[in-house]
Design a protein around this ligand. Structure first.
Ligand code: NAD
Ligand code: MG
Length: 387
């Protein structure tokens, strides 16, 4: 039976991997909506290829280009953040939430409000608004399928077990491209070096987050919301080969791990086919060729991001949303050549110290905190000696 799908962030790394899987399994899928932020031509080409019902561009300035590119195709077009949410609310069998950053929060929430099944890649939505998003999931009966490889691994290792049986969840981390450097060497790393991840091919923001270890910190918060075992039962372990994607230890000391190639098509396929399985066309994992799997403790003295994230989620309230907003500003500034690598986490920590707000109760509260914290972080970028 054909299934309907919407892809939020269709032109990105996760969106592209998702469409790759659909391409190999075309007869079984009907594409409802595809969205992007500004790449109108790319979005139009995907909408045509997959015969989407609607293509939505986030940045309205690119709507004329989208309209022109889809002229005569019969495919609906729309632009702006409200249109993204409307498209996300259309009933489908599965929505892939793959917009990067807090920009994905409102559309993801719209999909949750519609009560459907959501393959969630957009971790920043859970970091900024975890409590609000998870309570909407419970209220609407929506199904969240974790697409982030670690959380997908945990979901598989839990295999429906009650979280009260779990003693510990271990998130594995590659350690990023700078794992073996010292503090002095870390000060001079370049944008190009940071953009080269040893194992994964991903969008720019998450690649920088992996280099600072902020990605693992965000994933720690993500895991806390998805798998409420208690913060003290979620651990981080560096595993440079990225073959073990995460583990669950039960109270009888049995540990289950999920292994697979470092390719996001595996966890995405898991979500698309759930509760069944589908082919990915990938080569099988060849452990004899890989030979060695190693593990080491994270170095928080050198990479403070995981500590900052742990402190932010322990503090609760507005702190996780502030953390996420400051990190988005800091990563953009690093990518623009405005600040050095070590300043990314420094700016995040400084923003957390300076900006405070009441705990958010609604989506609008989170968006207001996000805007306020961004302004605060940008202000510090311009005025502070920190940068
Ligand atoms: P990407 O930068 O490659 O793609 C982002 C997508 O979001 C694009 O389609 C872009 O057009 C859209 N977008 C960006 N800003 C937008 C805005 N303001 N409004 C509307 N749309 C916007 O990012 P990615 O690497 O595919 O990551 C997407 C999400 O998935 C992130 O939250 C990331 O943390 C998560 N994730 C990615 C990977 C990976 O391997 N790439 C792995 C795990 C989790
Ligand atoms: Mg991950």
């Amino acid at each position: 039976m054909t299934r309907s799908i919407t892809i939020l962030g269709a032109t990105g790394s996760i969106g592209t991997s998702t469409l790759d899987l659909l391409r190999a399994d075309r007869a079984n899928w009907r594409v409802e909506a595809v969205t992007a932020n500004s790449s109108a031509e790319d979005l139009a080409a995907l909408a045509r290829e997959f015969g989407a019902e609607i293509a939505v561009i986030g940045d309205e300035r690119h709507l004329p280009a989208l309209r022109k590119a889809l002229d005569g195709s019969g495919i609906e077009t729309a632009g702006g953040s409200k249109a993204l949410c409307e498209a996300a609310a259309r009933p489908v069998d599965i929505t892939v939430a793959a917009i990067v950053g807090c920009a994905g929060l409102a559309p993801t929430m719209a999909a949750v409000e519609a009560g459907g099944t959501i393959a969630l890649a957009n971790k920043e939505a859970l970091v900024s608004a975890g409590d609000i998003l998870m309570s909407a999931v419970r209220r609407t009966g929506a199904t969240l399928l974790p697409t982030d490889s670690e959380h997908n691994a945990i979901f598989q290792c839990l295999a429906g077990s009650d979280v009260t049986e779990v003693r510990k969840i271990t998130l594995t981390a590659s350690g990023g491209p700078f794992r073996t450097l010292d503090a002095e060497e870390l000060k001079t790393v370049t944008r190009e070096q940071a953009l080269k991840h040893p194992n994964w091919d991903m969008g720019a923001k998450i690649t920088i987050d992996s280099a600072t270890m902020m990605n693992k910190g965000l994933e720690f918060i993500e895991a806390h919301h998805l798998f409420p075992v208690g913060l003290d039962r979620i651990a981080i372990l560096v595993h440079p080969q990225s073959i073990v994607h995460s583990m669950v230890e039960y109270r009888d000391r049995s540990t289950l791990a999920q292994l697979g190639p470092s390719d996001m098509r595996v966890p995405i396929a898991f979500c698309l086919a759930w509760p069944r399985r589908m082919k990915t066309g990938l080569d099988p994992l060849d452990l004899a060729a890989i030979g060695t799997l190693t593990f080491e403790a994270p170095n928080e003295a050198l990479f403070p991001a995981t500590r900052i994230c742990r402190e932010a989620i322990e503090a609760g309230g507005a702190a996780p949303a502030v953390l996420n907003a400051a990190n988005e500003v800091a990563v953009d500034a690093f990518l623009a050549g405005q600040i050095g690598f070590s300043r990314i986490t420094a700016l995040v920590e400084a923003t957390l110290a300076r900006y405070s707000a009441a705990a958010p109760a609604t989506l609008e509260d989170v968006l207001a905190i996000d805007a306020g914290a961004r302004a605060c972080a940008r202000d510090m970028l311009e005025t502070s000696e920190l940068v």
